[in-house]
Ligand binder design. Structure first.
Ligand code: FAD
Length: 383
């Protein structure tokens, strides 16, 4: 029987494992820490990626996931997007037009209609849009659900096991080298988030991604709004079922990839800026205190799109790097990865624009050219 080894127990790796087990394929997920500890368990929970070739599948699958997985993800369909200014609203409508062209429905809202749906929104808001698609889920619940579903169906999840390299023979990977020993494989899925680049480099493959830190703040619980997902003003997020507003956003901060599993602590100016923009969006609940905040690390490709590709050399390697949009897309990306691992292609979406080869010829110093480099204090730089 084919044995697929998946490196990375985040949303991408676990979803792929889930779909592979549904096909009866033997799966081992190797995770250096615990499942969902990195970006996958720390994100905004948004599932609205209209520019992705996986958008239709993302939207089709989310409403089915609780039943398929057998555990709750707290997925809620629909989302309200708010424009505080006309310019913000126009930008939202540009995104909506992309979804509408694919057959998805959205209703434009004036300030009054907006406030009926989101009572604490600013009275100054130019308007909003109610999306009859998109939506959001609870990342931690979802990751737990994926992991339990994989285990329930006979998949193996090996936590606290770091992959350090590969054994190869005849142009194929024959085993994954871990700090607990070798794991033999027929196919390898590399879904290690920001660490995907370092691991691919061990096979002589360049995966161009830059690591960045993103942050979230969480308020104390408030009265529940209807759809849970309402955002705008440069922040994304949702209201939890308990009533907390959980929001992130703004410019990501480029960082050197930390070796440690836990990203560095939050940075108070970033956190304050997110909190300030949530306050501008929802002035009626500006009294709500921020009770939690955290940071997570995401990887970003030069064009902002994921890399989902079965390579030709080694020909049993699938690269799955989601470039900051990997939570919402995970039901669909995992299904696509499972197909790449088993039949070598995806039969429900055109993934040609997500091939790694689109970056052939990319300048070696692309990160510097784009300005995607960590800031170094002048004193440290001079030392
Ligand atoms: C604050 C924040 C908000 C976000 N908001 C959203 C959002 O609203 N919607 C959305 O779709 N996306 C969002 N994202 C992005 C999303 O979280 C990520 O794109 C997605 O979680 C990536 O999942 P992944 O499984 O590919 O990678 P990860 O979650 O990074 O998982 C990779 C796993 O690989 C493991 N690993 C790494 N190296 C090794 C090794 N050598 N051996 C074994 N295991 C290894 C890691 O420990 C990790 O668990 C957000 C991210 C952050 C940080």
């Amino acid at each position: 029987m084919t044995h697929v080894v998946i490196i990375g127990g985040g949303a991408t790796g676990l979803s792929a494992a889930f779909w592979l087990r549904r096909e009866g394929v033997a799966v081992t997920v190797v995770e250096k820490g615990i499942v969902g500890w990195e970006a996958s368990g720390r994100n905004g929970g948004g599932a609205t990626h209209a520019v992705s070739p996986l958008f239709a599948e993302e939207q089709r699958l989310w409403p089915l996931m609780d039943e398929l997985l057998g555990y709750p993800t707290e997925y809620q369909r629909q989302r309200v997007r708010i424009g505080l200014s006309r310019a913000q609203l126009d930008l939202i409508l540009e995104g909506v037009a992309i979804a509408r062209r694919q057959g998805f429905i959205a209703h434009e809202l004036d300030n009054r209609a907006l406030r009926e749906l989101v009572p604490f929104v600013s009275e100054r808001a130019a308007g909003g849009v109610l999306l009859e698609y998109g939506g959001h889920a609870n990342p931690q619940r979802t990751l737990q659900a994926y992991a339990w579903a994989v285990q329930d169906s006979g998949g193996v999840i090996q936590q606290h096991t770091a992959v350090g390299g590969f054994e190869t023979a005849g142009g194929r990977i024959t085993a994954v080298r871990t700090d607990q020993g070798l794991i033999g494989c027929d196919v390898v899925v590399l879904a290690a988030g920001p660490h995907t680049a370092q691991l691919a480099a061990k096979l002589g493959i360049r995966v161009p991604v830059a690591a960045a830190r993103a942050e979230m703040v969480v308020t104390e619980p408030l009265a529940l709004i209807r759809f849970g997902g309402a955002d705008g003003n440069g922040v994304y997020g949702r209201q939890t079922l308990r009533g907390n507003l959980a929001y992130g956003g703004g410019a990501h901060e480029w960082i050197d990839l930390p070796d440690a599993t836990t990203p560095r602590p939050v940075n108070s100016p970033v956190m304050q800026s997110v909190a300030k923009r949530v306050h501008e969006l929802f002035p009626r609940v500006a009294h709500a205190r921020v009770i939690r905040s955290w940071a997570g690390v995401v990887e970003n490709t030069p064009d902002g799109r994921p890399i989902l590709d079965r390579l030709s050399g080694p020909d049993n390697l699938v690269v799955a790097s989601m470039s900051s949009v990997g939570f919402g897309l995970s039901p669909a990306s995992g299904r696509a990865v499972a197909q790449l691992a088993t039949i070598g292609r995806c039969d429900f979406a055109d993934l040609s624009q997500l091939r790694l080869s689109r970056f052939d010829g990319l300048a070696a110093d692309w990160q510097h050219q784009m300005g995607w480099v960590p800031w170094v204090h002048p004193k440290e730089a001079a030392a």
